[in-house]
Design a protein around this ligand. Structure first.
Ligand code: BDP
Length: 328
């Protein structure tokens, strides 16, 4: 066990190496977030920063950079892994290519609803996912909600997999999502979040997929007016910290940082539920054509190749897939 003093020296050394400001044992971290100012995650990450400073008596401060100003999500994940940034609010989707355990949440329809996802993340599956991420330099401090993702496009309602045939659909950077679109007969187009609005507008892509709050906050609903409730992915998000920075903290500091992250997650989940409703109402009022897909089995059946690929690449993760499926 290293002492508090050694840990403090290590923290300061890490801080000095990383080139951020340090005063008498105090550290200033930098945090990445992709969302706009009033988004639930943004408000919750600001709360996290506030709580960190308060609980640590000013020893730890966090400067948040919102709206993706520090770069794309895959880049930011790398930055936090190598310690160029300390903190990020990441969707587990783009973490999947880095940490196979985390990629399990990107298997389409693996969660039947939000409760199922919460149960899995709060239990043994969540521990395995966290351990896999920590091995890759990302320590998950808390989980944020991100609802269910559904398809939207500028052409027509999606009611059956055949409706996706031939459509160009933007996905996040992750081969599982490309496989998902291909399995439905569409053409996947991996692309940064910030480029999707323009691509939808100019017809570079026909559609994309996301939850209600992101569909609304980005203005995608203005240029892709058909939203079809496929709910094919329920992907949680993390508040993640660089593993070395985490290890440099004392036990007391670790407790403070975790508590602050967990409290911010409670706030985020409340704000998320409210925003999901408000965003849905806003886009429907604006004239978006919305359809439910009462029987999703044709979509679910079509996903077999995605599961097969994941399990062929990660045969050792079959028990994790089964663990999640059995806690349904
Ligand atoms: C949003 C996530 C964000 C992703 C974005 C996307 O909160 O982290 O970058 O989707 O589709 O729901 O890229």
């Amino acid at each position: 066990m290293i002492s508090f003093k050694q840990a403090a020296i290590a923290a300061v050394a890490t801080a000095l190496l990383a080139g951020y400001s340090v005063s008498a044992g105090a550290v200033e971290w930098r945090g990445w977030n992709i969302h706009k100012p009033d988004y639930p995650n943004t408000v919750a990450m600001d709360k996290f920063a506030e709580l960190l400073e308060e609980k640590s008596g000013g020893e730890i401060t966090l400067k948040m950079f919102h709206s993706g100003t520090l770069g794309t999500q895959p880049d930011a994940i790398e930055q936090v892994r190598i310690g160029a940034l300390e903190i990020g609010n990441f969707n587990l989707g783009p973490i999947g290519p880095v940490a196979p355990e985390a990629n399990v949440v990107s298997l389409p329809f693996i969660f039947s609803d939000m409760d199922h996802m919460h149960r899995a993340l709060d239990g043994e599956a969540g521990e395995q996912i966290s351990a896999g991420m920590a091995k890759k330099g990302l320590v998950a401090l808390a989980w944020y909600d991100s609802g269910a993702r559904s398809f939207y496009n500028s052409k027509k309602p999606i009611e059956t997999p055949a409706d996706v045939e031939g459509m160009k659909v933007r996905v996040m950077n992750n081969d599982l999502y490309s496989g998902m679109i291909s399995a439905l007969g569409g053409n996947p187009s991996p692309m940064a979040f910030s480029e999707v609005y323009q691509s939808l507008k100019t017809g570079v892509v026909d559609g994309a997929e996301n939850n209600w709050p992101s569909y609304e906050s980005t203005g995608h609903y203005e240029v892709a007016g058909y939203y079809s409730l496929s709910q094919h992915l329920i992907i949680p998000e993390c508040v993640c910290i660089n593993a070395q920075v985490w290890e440099s903290l004392s036990d007391d500091q670790k407790a403070i940082v975790k508590e602050a992250a967990r409290e911010s997650a409670e706030l985020q989940r409340e704000l998320w539920a409210e925003r999901a409703k408000a965003s849905r109402e806003k886009v429907l009022e604006s004239g978006v054509q919305f359809n439910e897909i009462p029987d999703k089995s044709a979509f679910q059946d079509a996903m077999k190749p995605v599961y097969d690929t994941y399990l062929a690449d990660n045969p050792d993760l079959k028990p994790l897939v089964e663990l999640i499926q059995s806690s349904n």
